[in-house]
Design a protein around this ligand. Sequence first.
Ligand code: COA
Length: 373
Amino acid sequence: MSIIAKGLDGVVVDNTSISEVTSETSSLIYRGYRAPELADKCTFEEVAYLLWNGDLPTRAQLDQFTSTARPHRVLDPSLMHALQDIPKQAHPMDIVRTGVSWLGMEEEDSLHMDLDRTRLAALKMLAKIPTIIAVGYRVKKGLSIIPPRQDLRFTENFFNMCFGKVPEPEVLKAFEVSMVLYAEHSFNASTFTARVVTSTMADIYSAVTAGICSLKGPLHGGANEEVMHMLKEIGQPSRARQWVLDALAQKRKIMGFGHRVYKKQDSRAPTMDRYGKALARKLGDTRWHDIADIVEKTMIETKNIYPNLDFPTGPAYYLMGFDIDFFTPLFVMARITGWSAHVIEQTQNNRLIRPLSEYTGPAEREVKPIEQR
Ligand code: COA
């Protein structure tokens, strides 16, 4: 009998120089920099550059990076057409998954992409995924499509494509912070999925498509949507404590709480909470954060389980005006940076990922002809 690490709990499967999650100190660093500090001081594009190149850009490097990325915001007419024809009931994560898969089909000989082409593909996805999401958003709401603009920054352009205007600085900053904090998180389920696909020498589009599938689930990225459904179900602060106690008594999981690696605080959650609350005050609507504070207090008091990043992003995205089922696609927009960095790292030092399993089925037996079974 071998020892089974269910859920790969505690198993170290490879080295990485991209990020480090430390449970004891509740910390997260990207290439040596503390993620909350990056969120305070940097734009998402600077952090994308950092994750892909190993260091923060100079002004000239950033200008070069953004001017190369921005023209890729435009989608090919064939993809635009496909996105306008999506089934009405499609979940936005399925729209993004299909969009990224489509981008893979636009590549010549996608099975033989060298590192330069892989890096360019990552840049294209960084630029195009927001357009895919915004087009999906407008189409689902029956609104006319707003094309991307090259004169706007990453976050400004995204809001403009979704809502037809660039919001106030507090909204943009809270969104940018969420992008920076969602960008990378070591060997989480979707990143590991992307690395497994890459380890077979499949292309980056296949790896990212698989990563999106993995992120969709409520135990991973889908939790930010569940958080907002929960806050809406609770409805008002006076009901929050009892709601949590009742849910726990029924052995229900409270979404946005707990983490496989962090046993106390998720290093990212307090930073997002701070910016989310500033946004709520600015918009004059603190109800969701008031409920969230009571849910958090009750969870810590009764279970000693802390919120993860999906807890504060849920109400923040809601206040920004996004429909709940678009929350996880926003996570994709950010995590494309981390996934791509891992795809490149895996490619540069690859070995097929192929674990073992302990067989528990019937012992070896003979196949009888169908008449004798
Ligand atoms: N609500 C209530 N109880 C929780 C909980 C939550 N969100 N997260 C963990 N627990 C409890 C479990 O019930 C279990 O208790 P038990 O030992 O009495 O059975 C214990 O804590 C360990 O949980 P487990 O699910 O085995 O931990 P894990 O490491 O496998 O799972 C998560 C980690 C993230 C999947 C889990 O915490 C979870 O489901 N959280 C909610 C979904 C979520 O927010 N996901 C986003 C993650 S960033």
